[in-house]
Design a protein around this ligand. Structure first.
Ligand code: GLA
Length: 397
């Protein structure tokens, strides 16, 4: 069990990356996101309704809410900030919604001690039919670098006839050539299995269709609720590691479609997956309960653990599942997940989670912020429907 858990050590990925793409840029790219990026993105809550006031307000709220102190760093404008290209091919921001320009907005975000991200698309148009970056990659990368962009999300709409590997490599190279370190967030929805080719191209890649603000809904166009995303990302654990993360999409925590237990389950799984934590709610208007979820430092520490392993499912009894993520200090993060609609008692044996039976281990409940004592065989807990109990199990010497 232990050897299986450690089969995909992240440093193996680093070695492969350096061999595939020798030289400083590959190593530098790896260091851009040694742990999963954390921040906020406008899309899930605001869609095309973006403006400089909104983005400034989000940056302000990241600071005042305590999210910045908890590790959230990037403020990312998604689609719809751009309206056209000028006669030189230069991308133009919406003058009504961003009258001060993108550079001034980036400066504001930086003045708060945060980093600034933006969105484009590999095709002729973005998903919301704004100009894409096709045939303008180098020009756009230079523009972004000049504005002070730190993060680019790069989408895949309107790309007929294009190849994902070529298109993402082109923008990746353009970003490197710009001379500014810019995190590259690949967003082709898992359509060409980016976990097999995107390491060294970008630091994170979307693994699924668009998340929806619901527990288990599905949309005909590919949108899906939290449960479906968890099931789809589950098998991708060998491909995550420092500098190259599976991205199960941005958080819906606090957007209203999930119960408190479901919000906690959603956040817990993203942490267990070592997923990027990009909040997607209205930060300026969130409830104390939502803020408490998004700033749970014990859960965030699991996400940001330097070992960088994606956790996985190790026991499945119908509605009752045990998921485990090995951590750098030898602890295991454990999720007891009740998928069912009735409260249920779940347990995880030490054998299941990769510890020798009889090992004494300290057990901490990461949502109750409580020590459950030193246990030797198993841990057991009652779990609410659709809920989780998330634990940190630390073997004692
Ligand atoms: C796609 C992406 C979303 C969002 C929209 C913007 O659907 O997957 O995350 O960026 O485009 O139009």
């Amino acid at each position: 069990m232990r050897s299986r858990l450690h089969a995909a050590h992240p440093l193996a990925g680093l070695a492969v990356l350096v061999l595939l793409a020798p030289g400083l840029p590959a190593v530098a790219a790896e260091l851009l996101a040694p742990t999963p990026p954390m921040g906020w993105n406008s899309w899930n809550k605001f869609g095309c309704n973006v403006s400089e006031q909104l983005i400034r307000g989000a940056a302000d709220a990241l600071v005042t809410s305590g999210m910045k102190d908890a590790g959230y760093q990037y403020v990312v404008i998604d689609d719809c900030w751009q309206v056209r290209r000028d006669s030189e091919g230069q991308i133009v921001a919406d003058p009504e919604r961003f009258p001060s320009g993108i550079k001034a907005l980036a400066d504001y975000v930086h003045s708060k001690g945060l980093k600034f991200g933006i969105y484009s698309d590999a095709g002729t148009e973005t998903c919301a039919k704004r100009p894409g970056s096709k045939d303008h990659e180098a020009q756009d990368a230079r523009t972004y670098a000049g504005w002070g962009v730190d993060y680019l999300k790069y989408d895949w709409c309107n790309t007929a006839g294009q190849d994902t590997r070529d298109a993402y490599a082109r923008m990746s190279q353009a970003l490197r050539a710009s001379g500014r370190p810019i995190v590259f967030s690949i967003c082709e929805w898992g359509s060409t299995k980016p976990w097999l080719w995107a390491q060294g191209v970008g630091q994170l890649w979307r693994a699924t269709g668009d998340i929806q603000d619901c527990w288990d809904c599905s949309r005909s166009w590919g949108g899906m609720g939290v449960v479906h995303i968890i099931d789809q990302v589950a098998e991708l654990y060998p491909f995550a590691g420092p500098g190259h993360w599976n991205d199960p999409d941005m958080l819906e925590v606090g957007n209203g479609g999930l119960s408190a237990d479901e919000n906690r389950a959603h956040f817990s799984f993203w942490a267990l997956f070592a997923a990027p934590l990009m909040a997607g709610n209205d930060l300026a208007a969130m409830s104390p309960e939502v803020r408490e979820i998004l700033t749970n430092r014990e859960v965030i520490a699991v996400d940001q653990d330097p070992l960088g392993m994606q956790g996985r499912k190790l026991a499945d009894d119908g509605a009752r599942e045990v998921w485990v993520k090995p951590l750098a200090d030898g602890s295991r993060a454990v999720i007891l997940w009740n998928r069912g609609s009735e409260a249920s008692t779940l347990s995880a044996t030490w054998e299941t989670i990769g510890l020798f039976p009889g090992t004494r281990a300290r057990v901490r409940d990461l949502w109750q912020h409580a020590d459950l004592g030193s246990l030797a065989e198993r841990v057991q807990a009652k779990v609410a429907p659709h809920g989780v109990v998330m634990l940190r199990v630390t073997p004692q010497p």
